[in-house]
Structures are given as structure tokens and as C-alpha cells.
Design a protein around this ligand. Structure first.
Ligand SMILES: Nc1ncnc2c1ncn2[C@@H]1O[C@H](COP(=O)(O)OP(=O)(O)OP(=O)(O)O)[C@@H](O)[C@H]1O
Length: 241
């Protein structure tokens, strides 16, 4: 469904992403992992159209989407969440979720119906009339996902959706993502929590200093000596384990 070939991004003197190639098959949950500054968010930004690649090609459903406007890419069926979730203050949960559907060009009634369906999928329907800024962090994360779902994407890009959640809260999000995937949604997630990666992802790509250093099944990745040396082992040392 998604194919990234030789993706590269230079920021003045810095190469944030360098010749990265990977693909995501329809129906899969895949993860992009790697240390801070490895180039994960920059890769997402290029896929979603927020950044134009310096080199390389991105195709979605066989169509070249490299460098297209974010709105065109969203209309093609790719929707992304942001690391920092900031719902629009002064607007209800439903109105926030409607933003995605309205951006697609739907009329109010259609946008409301799709937003309510999206809120239902993430368990937020009963909060539809609440002020969005009153939501807890886990619910804000769910709202961010609902905003994307209201656009009815085929590929969802999740940027560290679990960050800041307690293990029990992460478990709720994991089961929501599993259910969305079971309903046919393809998911690519950036994730630092390996427990989440292991339990959700069918395939994993590892970035380090902007380069792809490994791809494979989660079990292969955690046993890969290069990944252990450059990322996983280092994290254990940092955590004092
Ligand atoms: N707009 C920008 N201008 C200049 N440098 C940037 C820009 N965006 C990212 N970078 C740099 O590119 C590198 C990759 O950053 P990126 O945010 O993609 O990493 P990441 O893997 O997502 O990290 P994290 O896990 O901390 O979110 C970093 O060195 C970062 O400082």
C-alpha cells in the first residue's frame, strides 16, 4: 500500500533521513522505531506531505505522492496524528472530531455523522458534547485519533500515540488500534515502548542516524545485534537495567 524508496531529507548541513526504503502492506500494523533524533518524525512528515523530500519517492496505492500537498495526501487516504495533542480550545469533542471530516469537504450533517462514528470507535461518543480541553490525556489521544478517523483514512500514521500513558491506559489504546486494524485500517506507528511494538506490529523498521538499519518481524528485531547495539541495548543501559 505504501512504498518509500530512497527517502532523504537534508536540513541545511544535517541529513535527518538518508536513503530510507521500506513498505507497508495493506491490512498490516507496522512500526517505525529508533532513538531520539533518528529521523522518524521527519519520515512521517514527508509521507504526510508536511515536508518535501530532498530525494526519493513515496507511493501510495501505486500512485506517486512525493511532495504533494498535505491536503491532497489526506484526501488520498493517509491521515496522521501528532506527538503533542492539542485539541482546539473552546470547541467540543464532537466539533474537534468534525474538523477532519469538514476538511475533506463534507457538509455539516455528513461531517457530524462521520465524527460521531469516529468518536464511537475510540470510546468517546459519550463525551461528544464536552469541552475538548476538559479531557484527560488518554482521552485527548483518543480524540486525536478520532479526528483522523473522521476522514475515513485507509492508512493511519500514529506518532508516539502511547507517550505519557500509563501501562493500563496504553492497553486500552492497544485494543482500540487492534479493533480498527481488524476493521481493515492499515497502521504505521512511531513507538518507543517496545512492549507496544511487540504486541501490535507485524513488521518493524529501525532508523538510526537517519538510516534504515533493520527491518523484520518484532522478534527478529529484538534479537538483531545491530539493533541491540545501536538502540535497544543502549536504552537498557540508560534505564540502569
Ligand atoms: N525542521 C527542522 N530543521 C532542522 N533540523 C530538523 C528539523 N526537523 C528535524 N530536524 C533534525 O532532524 C533530526 C531527526 O529528527 P526527527 O524529529 O525526525 O527524529 P525522531 O526520530 O522523530 O526523534 P524523536 O524520537 O525525538 O521524536 C534531528 O537531529 C532533528 O534535530
Amino acid at each position: 500500500m505504501l512504498e518509500v524508496q530512497g527517502l532523504t531529507k537534508h536540513f541545511k548541513g544535517l541529513t535527518a533521513v538518508s536513503g530510507v526504503s521500506f513498505s507497508v502492506a495493506e491490512g498490516e500494523i507496522s512500526a517505525l522505531i529508533g532513538p531520539n533524533g533518528a529521523g522518524k518524525t521527519t519520515t512521517f512528515n514527508m509521507i504526510a506531505g508536511a515536508l518535501v523530500p530532498s530525494e526519493g519517492r513515496i507511493s501510495f496505492d501505486g500512485r506517486d505522492i512525493t511532495g504533494l500537498d498535505p491536503e491532497v495526501i489526506a484526501a488520498a487516504g493517509i491521515s496522521r496524528t501528532f506527538q503533542v495533542v492539542r485539541p482546539m480550545v473552546g470547541m467540543t469533542v464532537l466539533e474537534n472530531a468534525m474538523v477532519g471530516a469538514l476538511a475533506k469537504g463534507l457538509d455539516m450533517a455528513e461531517a457530524k455523522a462521520d465524527a460521531l462514528a469516529a468518536l464511537d470507535m475510540v470510546g468517546l461518543a459519550r463525551r461528544a458534547g464536552n469541552e475538548a480541553s476538559s479531557l484527560t490525556l488518554p482521552d485527548r489521544k483518543m480524540l486525536e485519533i478520532a479526528r483522523c478517523l473522521a476522514r475515513k483514512p485507509r492508512l493511519l500514521l500514529l506518532d508516539e500515540a502511547m507517550a505519557g500513558l500509563r501501562p493500563s491506559e496504553a492497553d486500552v489504546l492497544i485494543s482500540v488500534l487492534r479493533e480498527l486494524n481488524a476493521q481493515g485500517l492499515t497502521i504505521l506507528l512511531i513507538e518507543h515502548v517496545m512492549r507496544v511494538v511487540m504486541s501490535l506490529a507485524g513488521r518493524v523498521a529501525v532508523l538510526h542516524h537517519g538510516e534504515l538499519i533493520a527491518t523484520g518481524k518484532p522478534q527478529e528485531i529484538v534479537e538483531n545485534p545491530i539493533v541491540i547495539e545501536s538502540y535497544l541495548g543502549r536504552r537498557k543501559v540508560e534505564a540502569g537495567q
